[in-house]
Every structure is written in structure tokens, then in C-alpha cells.
Design a binder for this molecule. Structure first.
Ligand SMILES: NC(=O)c1ccc[n+]([C@@H]2O[C@H](COP(=O)([O-])OP(=O)(O)OC[C@H]3O[C@@H](n4cnc5c(N)ncnc54)[C@H](OP(=O)(O)O)[C@@H]3O)[C@@H](O)[C@H]2O)c1
Length: 415
């Protein structure tokens, strides 16, 4: 039976306002917002001031409120709110990937102990319903790969650099349009995508990856010559979150990839996100949609609220196999590395070289590098270099080559 949901909302920014608007346009849902807690009472809001306060306890101590929706932009404050809400027996819906990636198992345990639901569909891929599909549809252990574009800001920037803009110009345009924040570190250094990958690995394979164990390399160091190289070869550079399971080993990292025209991500442009799921029997399936924005993200929050009417909770069935799984660091990647000088390029230890170029402005090499070698350097801060993975290239134990993040032309059929 459907139950009445009385919501206490934290945050009334881009997504919070969007949620208010989409809730008002939805007739099938028995849900209403009773109170909204924000940070700055002096800001002008689109609804009556009586809704708002800065007092979290107005929501947390209100017994009539049975659902807390957490949509704030501060993960530490969100931790206090979410843990208190779960402990006081309220269901929680959140879009906060950083909070969840940092405290995943603790929050799952708290929800279980207090017999409430903790749902977070909007935290990965915006409007794309990926978490619930991984939980419900792919509810066995047949999944082998999950990878995709999960950060709209960097995808927008890469779309523009692919068209000939410099990284700095493209970032500035993204900031002017409100896609990128003034401090773009979380997006351009791949942290945001990494937090999302941690959640994907949990729901795809039942594996909790410690967020600081997952390598995240972004696009800050992309140079004009890298974009030109890609264009001239008919390739594109895309920031992909990559997850794969090989027997009992899980691999996960975030890095730019140099992809060919038949790759699923090739035509995913601007702020769009796309995730490909690869399973033993169903082969590859593509989820494509708007990865951010007020209404698209609010639509995923709305779906979680709607699921609560029927007492829906993630079961984490695949986590029962988790003790068998290990996070694998012993493999090689095929990569393109460019450097400002040949000397700098020579400092990078390749296990095997497939192609080299040495020029006046820069040099590059394509070849195999051990993952452990890559991890020795802080690539996000290494301004002399740019690295991009060349797909289909995870080589485990240098024996078994796994075909992963491989191309399909699904996107053309879908768009
Ligand atoms: N924007 C997107 O497209 C998108 C997509 C997916 C997920 N998300 C996630 O959704 C969440 C919200 O993002 P957003 O874009 O809506 O952020 P936003 O526009 O910056 O709004 C943040 C809201 O949080 C409030 N706030 C901040 N600290 C608070 C605190 N300690 N207590 C109560 N309220 C507090 C702010 O209050 P004031 O209004 O008073 O400043 C503001 O209303 C984040 O976790 C984000 O990562 C966003």
C-alpha cells in the first residue's frame, strides 16, 4: 500500500528548487514538503519564507517528517544530517556522491540497523536510472564491466576542446554557463567521477572500493597538441570512469581515454552522460541521458521518493560475495603520454613501446605501462605531461587481455 510521505528538505539550490518544481507537477505521488533547511536565510526564494529555516532540528526532531531529502553542497555537514536522520528512523534520499563515496558502508549499516531506506539514484549520472537497474535488473553476478562518462562538466569541456578551443577557454565558457564551479578541481581532476565510480562498483559488483584507493586522473593537463593529435587521427578524448571484474579481481580508475569513432562514448557530447554495462549473457547495454541540471537530477530524486511509497530499499545482494573480491593493482594499461620535452618523456617508465614521436614543441609515446608505475606520480599536478588510456587495453598478469570499454554503435541508433 502507498504511504503518505512527509518530507524535510535540506538545500534549496539547483537540485532542491528543481525537486520542489517537479514534485508540484507530479500528481501520482502522495508526498509533500513540510520544511526546508538552508544556509542563508537572506537569499530570495521562489516560495514563501515560512517554509525555510537554518535549524536542522526543525526537521530532524519532527516526528511527522518521515523522509529527509539531503540536497546540500557540503559533504561534511551532510554527514551530520544524514546520520542523525537515519538514527532517528527517517528514510533518507541524497544526491551527494562525495558523502556516499566516503561513508558508504557506514551509511548502509546505519540504514539497516534503523530499518529505514537510504536511496541515492541522483548521485550517479543525474537523470540516468543506473543504480536501481544495477540493483534490481542485474541482480546476479554476471556483470563484467561498467564504464562511462559520468561527469557532464568535463564532457562539455572536452566537447569544446575537440572542436578546437583551448582547455582554458573551454573551462571559462563552462564556468560562464554555470556547468563548472569557480574552483573546478573536483570535476577537472576526476574526483567527482571517482566518487560516482565507487558507487557503481558497489552496485555492479558488490565491492566497496575505498575512495582513496581509486586512481583519478582528469583533464586539467590537456594541451592543444593532444587535442590536435586526437582530431587528426579521427579520435576523441573522453573522461571515462572504468570498472571491470575479472574473476575475483576488481579494477577501477578514472582517466581520459582516446577513443575511436565506433566507441559508445564518441558521440556523447556536452553535458550528457552515458554508462555502458556489460554482462555475461546480455552483452552490452547503454544508458544515456542528462547527467546534471535542476530538473534532470530532481527527476532521479523524485523517483527515489516515489519508491519509498512502497518501502523500497537497496538490498546489496551482490555484497554477499564481497569477501571474495580484491581490488587489483597488478596490471598494465596501453596509454598515450605526451610531454613538453623528450627528456621528460624518457622519465616515464614504459613496459613496452608501440609508437613514438619527438618534436620541437612536445613529444609523445604510446605503449604499455604498469599501473603501479602510473600511480607513482601525481599526474593531476604534473603539468609537463598528459596521459590518455587507449581502450581495450587492460592487461592482467600480462597474460589475459580483457576486452573492456569496447565500442558499440548503440549511441548512433539511440540518438
Ligand atoms: N547540480 C547538479 O546538476 C547535480 C547533479 C547531481 C548531483 N548533485 C548533487 O546534489 C547536491 C546539491 O547540489 P546543487 O547543485 O543543488 O547545489 P547548490 O545549487 O550549490 O545548492 C546547495 C544548497 O545547499 C544549501 N546548504 C549548504 N550548506 C548547508 C547546510 N550546512 N545546511 C543546510 N543547507 C545547506 C545551500 O543553502 P543556501 O541556498 O542558503 O546557500 C543551497 O540551498 C550536491 O550533493 C551535488 O553534488 C547536483
Amino acid at each position: 500500500m502507498k504511504k503518505q510521505l512527509t518530507i524535510g528538505l535540506f538545500g534549496f539550490g539547483c537540485v532542491g528548487t528543481g525537486l520542489y518544481e517537479v514534485l508540484n507537477k507530479t500528481t501520482l505521488l502522495q508526498a509533500s514538503i513540510k520544511h526546508i533547511v538552508i544556509k542563508d536565510l537572506s537569499k530570495k526564494r521562489i516560495i514563501d519564507a515560512n517554509y525555510f529555516s537554518t535549524d536542522a532540528d526543525r526537521i530532524l526532531d519532527d516526528e511527522e517528517i518521515n523522509v529527509v531529502v539531503e540536497l546540500i553542497n557540503d559533504y561534511e555537514a551532510a554527514y551530520e544530517i544524514v546520520t542523525k536522520a537515519l538514527k532517528s528512523g527517517k528514510h533518507v534520499v541524497s544526491a551527494n556522491k562525495k558523502l556516499i563515496a566516503y561513508y558508504l558502508d557506514e551509511l548502509i549499516s546505519l540504514a539497516k540497523e534503523n530499518q529505514v531506506s537510504f536511496l541515492y539514484e541522483a548521485s550517479v549520472g543525474g537523470s540516468i536510472p543506473i543504480i536501481r537497474n544495477l540493483e534490481e535488473y542485474y541482480n546476479n553476478d554476471s556483470l563484467s564491466n561498467i564504464n562511462g562518462i559520468v561527469n557532464g562538466t568535463t564532457n562539455y569541456i572536452l566537447t569544446k576542446t575537440g572542436e578546437g578551443e583551448s582547455f582554458d577557454e573551454a573551462l571559462k565558457n563552462a564556468q560562464d554557463l554555470g556547468f563548472a564551479e569557480l574552483d573546478p578541481t573536483s570535476d577537472v581532476d576526476g574526483f567527482d567521477a571517482k566518487y560516482k565510480l565507487v558507487l557503481l562498483l558497489k552496485h555492479a559488483f558488490g565491492f566497496t572500493a575505498k575512495q582513496d584507493a581509486v586512481w583519478n586522473y582528469g583533464i586539467r593537463q590537456l594541451k592543444d597538441w593532444d587535442a590536435t593529435y586526437a582530431r587528426e587521427k579521427g579520435l576523441k578524448i573522453k573522461l571515462l570512469a572504468f570498472g571491470t571484474r575479472i574473476n575475483n579481481q576488481v579494477i577501477g580508475f578514472v582517466a581520459p581515454h582516446l577513443i575511436p569513432a565506433n566507441h559508445f562514448a564518441f558521440n556523447v557530447e556536452n553535458e550528457f552522460n552515458a554508462v555502458v554495462v556489460e554482462a555475461l549473457f546480455s552483452d552490452k547495454q547503454l544508458f544515456l541521458g542528462k547527467g546534471a541540471g535542476s530538473h534532470p537530477t530532481a527527476s532521479a530524486v523524485l523517483s527515489d521518493i516515489s519508491a519509498l511509497q512502497f518501502d523500497y530499499a537497496y538490498e546489496y545482494k551482490k555484497s554477499k560475495t564481497e569477501e571474495r573480491l580484491t581490488f587489483e593493482n597488478d596490471f598494465s594499461l596501453k596509454v598515450y603520454v605526451s610531454a613538453t620535452t623528450q627528456e621528460k618523456l624518457d622519465e616515464v617508465e614504459f613496459a613496452d613501446t608501440l609508437e613514438t614521436y619527438s618534436g620541437q614543441s612536445h613529444s609523445y609515446k604510446i605503449g604499455l605501462i604498469r599501473y603501479s608505475e602510473i600511480q607513482k606520480m601525481d599526474w593531476n599536478a604534473a603539468s609537463e605531461y598528459f596521459l590518455a588510456v587507449v581502450p581495450d587495453s587492460v592487461e592482467l598478469d600480462t597474460k589475459s587481455i580483457l576486452s573492456a570499454s569496447e565500442s558499440t554503435e548503440l549511441i548512433e541508433e539511440l540518438s
